[in-house]
Design a protein around this ligand. Structure first.
Ligand SMILES: Cc1cc2nc3c(=O)[nH]c(=O)nc-3n(C[C@H](O)[C@H](O)[C@H](O)COP(=O)(O)OP(=O)(O)OC[C@H]3O[C@@H](n4cnc5c(N)ncnc54)[C@H](O)[C@@H]3O)c2cc1C
Length: 353
């Protein structure tokens, strides 16, 4: 293992934003034994640890990370086992997520088709309960195999133990930094019908009854048009995806937001009901109304011309550039709407934001 650990490894190329300094130590672990060895190396050398997957939801500081970056590279997808009309499959944390989706669709297994085209690795998906086009990963996860840094042992957490909610789980909230995901077990419906609930997909298909393959193709097409599929030829896809979460607020808070918006002459704040007590406000709408249109530029960073939630690296940007733009957007949205936009990506190696 010691021979696998490298020093001063540049991290920018391992992220979709292509930003960030070096890892003081770096190792790509390919099996569970190597996870344990890497943890022991960090303990012996009193190093902080950061777990990296596909780097599609991180902003790494220009100073890099002064510790051990452990990239999960356990690959592979098990053969599917059928039980009660469901196909059970397990994928290693380092498996490319979209490769897994493509395989499921190919095998006519329903449950992840709307999550086509999301970058990153399988192990990263439970962390923020990845979701898109009306589907969430928590709908198909059976269990998540993890290394528990507290008890220093492997265990399988059942779906119900993962605390899944909108863009959250125990992995990015109450138990952040405790678990290292080594594999994820899924149950998918054999030959099930695709989930067509999201507006863009309903508009795309109209009355047609698409297959899983057609649904995947449509999701990839719609996402590409929004630069939400990584494409080296598309500068708008040099991003971390959506940079802000959609705020979920109580109805009382929403009334306050509407009142504040009126002061700037903004009426009819957009919202969607979440439940009796709360509503979700589209962050993209808030950002645009606060004055940041698609294609907004601020030196080396900007907002995608195809998606107002994506902050992009326009070329040679630093993490500081991204943070400055993030702060400006948050401050303006706070001023106009009295609501706080929370970033979706994880900040790595920063002393303060
Ligand atoms: C163009 C683009 C489009 C996107 N679209 C969507 C979308 O539609 N919906 C959506 O939900 N997200 C989207 N994302 C965000 C991102 O792709 C997902 O969150 C993805 O699942 C992150 O996986 P990753 O392997 O890249 O994780 P990383 O970015 O490497 O890490 C993200 C976080 O997860 C932790 N982590 C990663 N792997 C593990 C592991 N094995 N064990 C423990 N912790 C781990 C890291 O420590 C970090 O805190 C998009 C991003 C981009 C760039």
């Amino acid at each position: 293992m010691a021979s696998k650990i490298e020093e001063n490894v540049p991290l920018a190329e391992l992220t979709t934003l292509k930003i960030g300094g070096k890892a003081r130590f770096f190792v790509a672990v390919e099996n569970e034994a190597e996870i344990i060895e890497a943890i022991q190396f960090a303990a012996q050398n009193r190093l902080k640890i950061f777990i990296l997957g596909g780097g599609s939801n991180v902003l790494i500081a220009d100073e890099g990370f002064d510790g051990l970056v452990l990239q999960l590279a356990l690959k592979g997808i098990s053969n599917s086992q059928e039980k009660d009309g469901l196909a059970h499959l397990t994928a290693g944390a380092g498996t490319d997520w979209d490769e897994f989706v493509a395989l499921c669709v190919e095998k006519n297994l329903q449950g992840v088709e709307c999550l086509s085209g999301i970058p990153g690795f399988v192990g990263g998906t439970p962390v923020q309960n990845v979701g898109a086009y009306g589907q969430e990963i928590s709908e198909t996860i059976v269990s998540v195999r993890v290394f528990d840094r507290k008890t220093e042992s492997f265990l399988d957490l059942l779906n119900s133990q993962c605390g899944f909610a909108y863009r959250t789980s125990i992995f990015n909230t109450t138990e952040a930094n405790r678990y290292i995901v080594s594999a994820v077990a899924f149950a998918l419906k054999l030959g099930g019908e695709p989930k067509i609930v999201y507006r863009d997909l309903r508009n795309y298909f109209g009355d047609a009854k698409p297959t899983l393959k057609e649904t995947r193709a449509a999701v990839l097409k719609i996402r590409s048009e929004k630069s939400m599929v990584i494409n080296p030829q598309d500068p708008n896809s040099q991003s971390a995806g959506s940079f802000f979460k959609n705020p979920i607020v109580t109805r009382e808070k929403f009334a306050e937001i509407e009142e504040q918006a009126e002061k700037s002459g903004i009426k009819n704040v957009q919202s969607f009901q979440v439940d009796e007590k709360s509503v979700k406000i589209p962050a993209a709408w808030l950002i645009e109304k606060a004055g940041f249109q698609k294609g907004y530029r601020d030196g080396r960073v900007g907002i995608s011309t195809n998606h107002s939630l994506a902050i992009i690296n326009r070329g040679g940007a630093s993490a500081r550039d991204v943070l400055d733009l993030k702060n400006v957007i948050q401050a303006k949205v706070r001023e106009v709407f009295a609501v706080e936009l929370l970033p979706e990506p994880i900040f790595v190696g920063f002393r303060e934001n």
